[in-house]
Design a protein around this ligand. Structure first.
Ligand code: G3H
Ligand code: 13P
Ligand code: ZN
Length: 331
């Protein structure tokens, strides 16, 4: 059993309390490898933002659970070496079983998500409560979810979304004891968040997605005032990356995300954690494809992973400064 406290990590309790009071959101960036971790930490140190390092079960399988855990421990030391002891949380993204959550808690995670959103309500309550009871013994915070996001990823797949029913949230929070709640108000996972027929097109032919359901968010906030809310599926799918990818041999069709001004608006509310994975994937892919096309003789991985890491860092600083409002909040 490893305690996250010995690794220099923090849970989300204090981060979220400050974020709600301050009208900003904590970035939750997914990582699978060293370059992503370096980009996240160096960006958040440079703009002085607290950060949640997020690991999916797919990431655990890909990178190896032990390595990822030591990388998070390394991230704390790396931040100090870069000159700032920013708050860093290590969080399990979309945990789908008690056993997985327990295993992460036992290995030094400071926060876990138990995603029972696809289960019938009472089963979601029972599973979430079981995880909370275990996690809280070790002061590990737990994120639950109500409502289903659409989108298909390696480990997270749901064809249809349904919005969170505000009538459920108070009961869910009370019965489970969760520390934060992920809700569904129109975001979804991946780079194709909406079908073209759900969108309108502007004069340049760019797809404009339907707006987030701020009315549902407001209703939820009314029922559980000051309770930390989490938004998944919050990539904005920057069209400049889509364009670079598609003009350098890629084939991303109708990729569309959540406009950044809507996320900025959400971050001012009780939304205090915003999950971003796909935008990082796009930034890396665009940078790598550009090197491959422009320098076809290049075969040193540092020569394409280096620019990918630089682009990622730029993206994360932009998110903290201009979208989430978390820059400067680690002071
Ligand atoms: O919400 C899902 C995250 O983007 C992680 O995706 O399961 O492909 O690692 P993944
Ligand atoms: P995106 O696919 O929009 O980046 O969402 C990531 C996410 O919700 C991770 O849990
Ligand atoms: Zn998610």
């Amino acid at each position: 059993m490893v305690s996250y406290k010995d690794l220099g990590l923090v849970n989300t309790r204090d981060m979220f309390a400050k974020a709600i009071k301050g009208g900003y959101a904590i970035p939750a960036f997914n990582f699978n490898n060293m370059e992503q971790m370096q980009a996240i930490i160096s960006a958040c140190v440079e703009c002085s933002s607290p950060v949640i390092l997020q690991v999916s079960s797919g990431a655990r399988k890909y990178a190896n659970q032990t390595l990822l855990r030591y990388m998070a421990q390394g991230a704390v030391e790396y931040a100090k070496e870069l000159g700032k002891n920013i708050p860093i949380c290590l969080h399990l993204d979309h945990g789908n079983s008690f056993e997985l959550c327990k295993s992460c808690i036992d290995m030094g995670f400071s926060s876990v998500m138990i995603d029972g959103s696809a289960l019938p309500y009472e089963e979601n309550v029972a599973l979430t409560k079981k995880v909370v009871e275990y996690a809280h013994q070790f002061d590990v915070t737990v994120e639950g979810e109500l409502g289903v996001l659409a989108g298909v990823e390696d480990e997270v797949a749901s064809e249809h979304s349904h919005y969170t029913d505000p009538a459920d949230v108070e009961d869910f929070v009370k019965k489970t004891g969760v520390d934060s709640l992920a809700i569904s108000i129109g975001t979804s996972h991946g780079a194709n968040k909406f079908k073209p027929e759900q969108c309108t097109r502007n004069a340049e032919g760019i797809l404009l997605p339907p707006p987030l359901r701020f009315d549902i968010l407001k209703e939820i906030e009314k029922r559980i005032p000051g309770f930390p809310i989490v938004l998944h599926g919050s990539s904005s799918v920057p069209q400049e990356y889509v364009k670079i990818i598609n003009t350098h041999g890629g084939a991303l069709k109708d990729a569309v995300g959540i406009p950044e001004d809507q996320l900025r608006e959400a971050a001012k509310s009780a939304v205090c954690k915003i999950n971003i994975d796909s935008d990082g994937r796009l930034a890396m892919t665009a940078a790598v494809r550009k090197v491959f096309v422009e320098h076809p003789a290049e075969f040193d991985p540092r020569k394409y992973l280096g620019p990918a890491r630089d682009e990622l860092k730029k993206l994360y600083i932009h998110k903290c400064e201009n979208v989430l409002g978390s820059a400067g909040k680690a002071e």
